[in-house]
Design a protein around this ligand. Sequence first.
Ligand SMILES: [Zn+2]
Length: 364
Amino acid sequence: MLLESDALAAPRSGVAVQSLDDRERYSRQMLFPGIGQAGQARLSAGRVAVVGVGATGAATAGLLARAGVGQLTLVDRDFVEPSNLQRQTLFDEADALEALPKAEAARRQLARINSSVRVVAYIADLVPGNIEALLAESDLLLDCTDNFETRYLLNDYAVVSGKPWIYAAAVGAFAATMNILPRGAALRGEATACLACIFPSMPSGNVETCDTAGILSTAVNYAASLQVTEALKYLTGQAQLMRRTLISADLWSGERSEIATGKPRADCEVCGGRIFRALSGEGRPHITLCGRNSVQIHEHHRPVDLLELRERLSKLGTVRSNGMLLRFERSPHTITVFPDGRALVQGTTDIGLARSLYARFIGS
Ligand SMILES: [Zn+2]
């Protein structure tokens, strides 16, 4: 589902929106020698994709909109819940009560922060089948996801398209980030190692997530600040100033490390061998666990009529719909369905059970 800020800008009621003078708005940023007037003009022509609009994505998108980046493409598969409000800075209580999709809630808030930024919001799971359509318009890709499956997909796409991407992660009090400049994106500098040069295979076993280890909002904002600073360098034509390291920091213990990421590894399967397993969808599950006792079902590529579904399910449980998604509660499970047929089943991590609930209530 695609929503654009031009069509649906939603200023707060009763507040007259006047256009602000850009020279005044960006005056402090332009005073900074690294940006200046020329850099500000370049930022206004910048087109950036924010992949994942959870905690990191909300912080990153907010910083970019305030900085005056011309176009932001948001991609997120989830909706706002009360447990998000501690750290996801673009959302408020009304968004959580309404269970608004995060991409749409973020788009509305960004339009209030800076109405001159074009915001394109996709309520979607980024997958091999839609990555080109969703990200082709963007010159720089920012990883604000919470999973390595999407990161390896982004890495493949970045290497194929020659677009830079910036890895960022936060969990507990820990934050990490790294710039990946594939051939074609490095401008005056040399290409950097890609994600697969450094981590040839996806981390396996128990990887800590916000749902298991918790998260401090400060760690998120730290990762977002580093990521956006690097983005500003790139967008103002100063890619040669971008860090070529993997930075990680534990804000609670104070431990930090910075490892040089160096050049592409000659025997890297992705940027050397140009074998794109993630982009080809190889081994990709159609059903995934997505934290907080829930399962995502995205094997159905058939649109769902939310009005019809609402009528049918209201006899069987509690149904709420806001036009962008439908939530069906039937204790102890809640199924959230999107118009493209994708669903989040909460209350279980049993994939078989989630699939059978989907078949029973939504359709097979
Ligand atoms: Zn590589």
